[in-house]
Design a protein. Structure first.
Ligand code: C2E
Ligand code: CA
Ligand code: CA
Length: 416
């Protein structure tokens, strides 16, 4: 018999349970306390649990999360945990079966979270004990280079000092390797902490109401760059991320049009990427703003598809030009039936609504081949290029053309 079943682990001290079912909370709490967990906190309200972690009132070693909850479901919960750099362990539970749990677990891992296991309901004591054992080490500082979240005031100063800049990640055609455009991704060049990734400041900017200023700066930078490339003969379309908040601001389309004119950028070169979960905002306002953007000839893309709230009904109302399949369903899809099924379903939805399909997170040759043969038209990911500094885009283009010709296209078409 494994040791862990006989000796309760002693290192997992603090466990936070999140489940909308009070009975389940009680049962698990009793089991966990019997296994030597010193502090067990139960929350039936997911937003309250999240706030407790975010504000560091609770620093759990392990969060056991029901994935099926009203208000904020498990996926929304752990996505936000990853945004704040939560470094403890995570276990997922549900009564929907192991398959769903495993897929959700992989998704959580793809966000850089330490998933110590999944738990079918009703929970069996030996599984719970194994989870505690798997999460033996106390919470360490965030394993990835996630810097602490910044304050709104720091961001305001960073904008003022010009510390916010863009890197650009290419989007290429899966059928002929041509480069269709680049996505602008925000970065912060911090005086003492180096380059800070967007996960460390975008969620804060959204919560503190500062995202509007940041978005406008990013569009301004990206348009200036797009115009500079055109002057050098590079016809790159530029994709820029907008947050849900931006699409609820009535004068946003006017700002964008002004900004485009100022830089001599044609709106039809511009793709605005919006995440699916963003579309649960005030629907009428959203439709009004998006329609206005379309009327001004900007293109719209639905980002992270498959990973937010299924906003299918809204998809039909709002006309998108592009659908980006979340990297959680692209990378490794060739060897994972569940990812492949979601990938294929997303392709179906996109095709039936006349959208261009972009596979995000194409990390290797197998992802490329899978995406190409499963109906995606455009690829973006580390296999093609990491996000690049503006000055590195042109040299990359040269290198890519050669690499595509010699290494990617050639094996697929030996006689051509
Ligand atoms: P996103 O819009 O989905 O952008 C793609 C993210 O995936 C980027 O992370 C990119 O570096 C990363 N990525 C690219 N290729 C691969 C790959 O092959 N595998 C994997 N695992 N990841 C890949 P980044 O730059 O850290 O941005 C993270 C998120 O922050 C973005 O996700 C976007 O939601 C948000 N963001 C970035 N810039 C802005 C911005 O200007 N405004 C707003 N509102 N959000 C932004
Ligand atoms: Ca994006
Ligand atoms: Ca995305």
């Amino acid at each position: 018999m494994p040791d862990s079943l006989l000796n309760p682990p002693t290192t997992t001290r603090k466990v936070l349970l999140v489940d909308d079912d009070p009975f389940m909370l009680k049962v698990m709490r009793l089991m966990l306390e019997g296994m030597g967990a010193l502090e067990v906190h139960g929350f039936s309200n997911a937003p309250a649990a999240f706030e407790a972690i975010r504000e560091a009132r609770l620093r759990p070693d392990l969060v056991i999360l029901d994935i099926n909850m009203p208000e904020m479901d498990g996926m929304a919960f752990f996505r936000r945990l990853s945004e704040i750099g939560y470094a403890g362990c995570l276990a997922l539970c549900s009564g929907e079966g192991e398959a769903l749990l495993r897929t959700t677990g992989q998704l959580a891992q793809s966000y850089g979270l330490r998933v110590s296991g999944v738990l079918d309901k009703p929970p069996r004591p030996e599984r719970l004990r194994a989870l505690l054992g798997a999460c033996g080490a106390p919470a360490a500082p965030a394993p990835r280079a996630s810097s602490p979240e910044r304050t709104a005031e720091e961001l305001r100063q960073a904008l003022e000092r010009g510390e916010i800049f863009c890197v650009y990640q290419p989007k290429v055609s899966l059928s002929d390797g041509s480069v269709l455009g680049v996505e602008a991704l925000a970065r912060w060049r911090h005086a003492s902490d180096g380059v800070i990734p967007p996960a460390a400041f975008i969620p804060m900017a959204e919560r503190s109401g500062n995202i509007g200023a940041l978005t406008r700066r990013i569009f301004d930078l990206a348009f200036a760059q797009a115009a500079a490339w055109r002057r050098r003969g590079l016809e790159l379309r530029v994709s820029v991320n907008a947050s849900a908040h931006d699409l609820g601001v009535l004068d946003f389309p006017d700002f964008l049009l002004d900004c485009a004119r100022r830089h001599g950028v044609d709106p039809s070169w511009v793709m605005i990427e919006v995440t699916e979960s963003g579309l649960i905002q005030d629907e009428r306002l959203l439709v009004e703003v998006m329609t206005r953007l379309r009327l001004r000839q900007f293109h719209m893309s639905i980002d992270d598809f498959g990973n937010g709230y299924a906003a299918l009904s809204k998809l039909r109302d709002l006309v998108f030009d592009e659908l980006k399949i979340d990297f959680g369903f692209t990378h490794g899809a060739a060897g994972d039936e569940r990812k492949a099924a979601i990938f294929d379903a997303s392709v179906q939805v996109g095709k039936s609504l006349g959208m261009k399909l972009v596979a995000e997170g194409v990390e290797d040759g197998s992802d490329w081949e899978f995406s190409r043969s499963h109906g995606a038209e455009v690829a973006q990911g580390y296999f093609i290029a990491r996000p690049l500094g503006a000055e590195d885009v042109e040299p990359w283009l040269q290198a890519w053309r050669q690499r595509y010709r010699e290494q990617i296209a050639a094996p697929a078409a030996p006689s051509a």
